[in-house]
Design a protein around this ligand. Structure first.
Ligand SMILES: [Zn+2]
Length: 68
């Protein structure tokens, strides 16, 4: 329980990688909105992480430009 990277496979909300349909791997977990989500490999996980961060930035800019 030391360090910030103690995600557990059994805590993942999904069993199957959304990109490939393969079973999720214990070394390919990340947090999304406070929940653990899993992928079949770190490449799939990083693709998801990049998509989420891109959406987060787009939403921030959208909110800023929308509220005037
Ligand atoms: Zn995958």
């Amino acid at each position: 329980m030391s360090g910030g990277n103690s995600l557990q496979l059994q805590d993942a909300v999904n069993d199957i990688c959304p990109w490939s349909g393969k079973p999720v791997s214990a070394d390919s977990l990340t947090l999304y909105r406070g929940s653990v989500v899993g992928f079949c490999n770190t490449g799939c996980r990083d693709k998801f992480a990049k998509a989420v961060s891109d959406f987060d930035q787009a939403l921030l800019q959208h909110e800023r430009s929308g509220k005037d």
